[in-house]
Design a protein around this ligand. Structure first.
Ligand SMILES: *Cc1c(COP(=O)(O)O)cnc(C)c1O
Length: 376
C-alpha cells in the first residue's frame, strides 16, 4: 500500500471514485524488470495504462513501448520517445494505420498470418516483422486465448513469406496469458520459439529476436512470485532452449509494470439483503464493471479491498456496481468477506488497480462519468 496515495486521498475532497497511481512504484517495477533480465529490452504494453506521466517516466528511464494503435503510437511519441523504441504489436491492423505508423518512423510490426504480411509489404516496405505464435494461456487468470497467434508450422511459413516479400523476418513472439502465475509457462513457449529458429535456419533465414510478451502478475488477493523469480525462470529457459546462442529478447509487461502502482477509492452507496432470512449482504459501490472494473468479468481478477473497519467481524458479501444493468455485479460466485460494521458512505480502497482500469471505463454509461485518474 502506497503511503503517498493514502496521503493524496486524505487531501482530496471531491466526490466520485478515482484511481490514484504512484509513479515511484512504476519506477521500481521498471528497475526490477531491467535487473531481472538485464539483456532484455523492456517494451511497456501501453494499453495497460496510457497516462502521459507513465509514458514520460518510462521514456526517461530508457524503456521502449508496445503499441496497439496509431493513437497509442502518437501518445508515446508525444512523451518524447523516438519511433525506434516502438513496436506495433497488434496483429490486427488496418493497412492505412500501418502506413501511418510507417510514416511516423515505426519499423517493427507483429503479424500472425500471410494476409497481414501482405498489408505490411505494401504499407511498410522493408520493415521488420515478428510472427506471433499461439499459446494456450494455461495458468493465467486472464488468458488471451486463440485470438492472437498461429501454430508453429504456420509461423514458419508466414516468416518465409515475409522474407520473400522483402520484409525482414526478425523473430517470433508469444504471450503466455495475462496474470500468469506459473513460472514454467515461458519454458514451453521458448522451446517452441527455438524450434522455429531452427526450422528457419534450415530454410536459410536467420531469425534474431524473441518477444516474450507480458503476463507478469500484479499482487491481487492471491499471492504471486516476485519479478526476480520470473527473471530466473525465463533466463533458465532461454539457456535451456538456445544454449549459448541467445537471441535478442524483449518483454512487454503491462499489468506487472503498473498494476500494483494504482489504487481506486470508491464509496459504499447501499448495503442491503434480498430477504430477511439471507446471510449474504449486497454491497453496492459507486464503481462497477462499466467504470473501470471490467476485469472482474467471470470474477477473473480479484482485487484486494480495504475498508476503514478492517479487523471487525466479517460476513460474506456480494459486491456490485451502481448502474441499472444486471451484469454490473463484481463478485457473487465467490463472495468477499467484509466487516459487519461496514456502513453506507464508507470509503473503500480497491488495491492493485493501476492496470486495465482507467481506459476500460465507459464514457458515461447511466450518467456515471469516466473513472477519474491521478498520477502522483
Ligand atoms: C496486452 C499485451 C501485453 C501486456 O500483457 P500483460 O499481461 O498486461 O503484461 C503484452 N504484449 C501484447 C502483445 C499485449 O497484447
Amino acid at each position: 500500500m502506497s503511503e503517498r496515495i493514502v496521503e493524496f486521498l486524505r487531501q482530496r475532497d471531491e466526490g466520485g471514485p478515482c484511481m490514484v497511481l504512484d509513479l515511484e512504484i512504476v519506477r521500481q517495477n521498471f528497475e526490477a524488470f531491467s535487473k531481472a533480465l538485464p539483456d532484455t529490452r523492456v517494451y511497456y504494453a501501453v494499453k495497460a495504462n496510457p497516462a502521459p506521466e507513465i509514458l514520460a517516466l518510462l521514456e526517461r528511464l530508457g524503456g521502449s513501448f508496445d503499441c496497439a494503435s496509431v493513437a497509442e503510437i502518437d501518445m508515446v511519441l508525444a512523451a518524447g520517445a523516438s519511433a525506434d523504441r516502438i513496436s506495433y504489436g497488434n496483429t490486427i491492423k488496418k493497412e492505412r494505420d500501418i502506413e501511418k505508423a510507417f510514416a511516423r518512423g515505426v519499423r517493427l510490426f507483429a503479424v500472425d498470418c500471410a494476409a497481414e504480411v501482405d498489408k505490411i509489404t505494401r504499407a511498410a516496405p522493408g520493415a521488420q516483422i515478428f510472427c506471433r505464435v499461439l499459446c494456450d494461456g494455461a495458468g493465467a487468470d486472464w488468458p488471451l486465448s486463440r485470438k492472437f497467434g498461429c501454430d508453429p508450422e504456420m509461423a514458419a511459413n508466414v516468416l518465409e513469406h515475409a522474407h520473400r516479400r522483402g520484409l525482414v523476418a526478425h523473430g517470433v513472439s508469444f504471450h503466455v496469458g495475462s496474470q500468469q502465475a506459473n513460472l514454467d509457462a515461458w519454458d514451453g513457449a521458448l522451446s517452441m520459439a527455438a524450434a522455429i529458429f531452427q526450422e528457419m535456419a534450415g530454410r536459410g533465414i536467420v531469425l534474431k529476436m524473441v518477444n516474450m510478451g507480458g503476463g507478469f502478475p500484479a499482487r491481487y488477493v492471491k499471492d504471486v512470485p516476485g519479478v526476480p523469480c520470473y527473471g530466473t525462470a525465463i533466463f533458465g529457459a532461454l539457456k535451456k532452449h538456445f544454449g549459448n546462442r541467445l537471441p535478442e529478447t524483449i518483454i512487454e509487461p503491462g499489468r506487472g509494470m503498473v498494476g500494483d502502482a494504482g489504487m481506486i477509492e470508491a464509496e459504499v452507496v447501499l448495503i442491503s439483503k434480498k430477504s430477511d432470512r439471507d446471510d449474504v449482504r449486497w454491497v453496492y459501490l459507486d464503481i462497477g464493471k462499466f467504470h473501470g472494473l471490467a476485469e472482474t468479468m467471470d470474477e477473473a481478477i480479484r482485487y484486494p479491498i480495504k475498508t476503514p473497519r478492517d479487523g471487525d467481524a466479517t460476513t460474506p458479501c456480494i459486491l456490485a456496481g451502481p448502474t441499472c444493468d444486471s451484469v454490473d455485479v463484481l463478485y457473487e460466485k465467490v463472495p468477499y468477506h467484509l466487516p459487519v460494521s461496514l456502513s453506507i458512505g464508507d470509503k473503500v480502497l480497491i488495491e492493485a488497480t493501476g492496470a486495465y482500469t482507467t481506459t476500460y471505463s465507459s464514457v458515461g454509461f447511466n450518467g456515471f462519468g469516466p473513472l477519474a485518474s491521478y498520477v502522483i
